[in-house]
Design a protein around this ligand. Structure first.
Ligand SMILES: Nc1nc2c(ncn2[C@@H]2O[C@H](COP(=O)(O)OP(=O)(O)OP(=O)(O)O)[C@@H](O)[C@H]2O)c(=O)[nH]1
Ligand SMILES: [Mg+2]
Length: 302
């Protein structure tokens, strides 16, 4: 018997903010290469992660949530998602089960449907977070998207609990072209270590601060060096206004210290080294509205 041919390609995960795209990416990669938080607009870039499947390799592209962007940072975020979507061999469009009394997609889900409708790329519809919804809501959602007619399959899923991954392991290769492996078996992302570290610090900020603070923070690793099994990292957290600096640091530096401790543990676990993490807060007035600052902080106009 001959082996079926190896398959490979770019698989783009799109959906409105907070549906669970990054959680799914991490589940498929097997490592936390994209940050996840309970807040919308967490992911700000296209994040690449590789699934080394049986007989296939999927180059997965996690993207910022599709939404009506109100400022320049968010406009660029949505543009990254649209660009990744256009590169894809296969699209995974993600939604949540309809909430009680809703029988159709909301406005942000509609934006995603419009993108899918306007392209010819094969697309699967993933109904995520089925662990949170009654079965009747899940079924109503599957039915609606099935009737919509454009999706190759509709797949119920819990990215968090790992439910439905076996189905994706069948459907992803079935919808990818025959092709070579693009990444070595030990490669799971194209992000440099400094980027992974900066992102884990940002995740920690998102999980420990409220209101506008997480949205006003950008993180840059200024210096990183490993010596005798200890990775020393100096990172800067940029806020937009003086008042935010005080909030981020907190009374007696407690908030910043908690952010640092949590981030350090995550970095140690991801990179497998001991870490000394030094965080500084600086004000960069209205960076999120300034095209040059955005570019320098890792959000270029591409
Ligand atoms: N209960 C449950 N929670 C989930 C599931 N998938 C994701 N979540 C949670 O939903 C929240 C958002 O998850 P993310 O993966 O960050 O969502 P996202 O779509 O990447 O969000 P953006 O990057 O902001 O667009 C997090 O708190 C996750 O833990 C799921 O299957 N079940
Ligand atoms: Mg995300």
């Amino acid at each position: 018997m001959t082996e079926p041919p190896f398959r490979s390609g770019f698989v783009c995960i799109v959906g409105r903010p907070n549906v669970g795209k990054s959680t799914l990416l991490n589940q498929l990669v097997g490592h936390p290469v994209s940050i996840t938080t309970p807040k919308p607009q967490t992911t700000r870039n296209r994040i690449l992660g590789v699934r080394h499947g049986a007989g296939y390799q999927a180059v997965l592209l996690d993207t910022p949530g599709i939404h009506q962007a109100a400022d320049l940072l968010n406009t660029r975020m949505v543009a990254y998602a649209v660009a990744a979507f256009r590169e894809a061999d296969l699209v995974l469009a993600m939604v949540e089960p309809f909430p009680e009394r809703f029988e159709e997609p909301g406005p942000q889900d509609r934006m995603v449907l419009d993108m899918v409708q306007g392209s010819r790329t094969p697309a699967l519809l993933l109904v995520n977070k089925i662990d949170l919804a009654p079965e009747s809501r899940v079924l109503a959602t599957i039915q609606w998207y099935g009737d919509w007619g454009r999706f190759t399959e509709v797949v119920p899923l819990s990215a968090l609990k790992g439910r439905g991954i076996d189905t994706l392991d069948r459907l992803i290769p079935a919808n990818l072209p025959v092709g070579p492996a693009y990444f070595e078996p030990d490669q799971i992302t194209d992000q440099p270590e400094a980027t992974l570290v900066a992102e884990l610090v940002r995740q920690s900020v998102f999980r420990r601060t409220g209101q506008e603070i997480p949205y006003s923070v950008a993180v840059r690793v200024e210096h990183m060096a490993e010596k005798k099994g200890l990775l020393t990292v100096h990172a800067k957290l940029y806020v937009e206004r003086d008042s935010q600096k005080g909030i981020l640091i907190g009374k007696k530096g407690r908030t910043l210290s908690a952010i640092g401790t949590a981030a350090r543990l995550r970095i140690e676990s991801l990179l497998g080294v001991r870490v000394f993490l030094d965080l500084h807060v600086a004000v960069l007035k209205n960076w999120s509205a300034d095209p040059r600052y955005l570019t320098r902080l890792g959000y270029p106009d591409r």
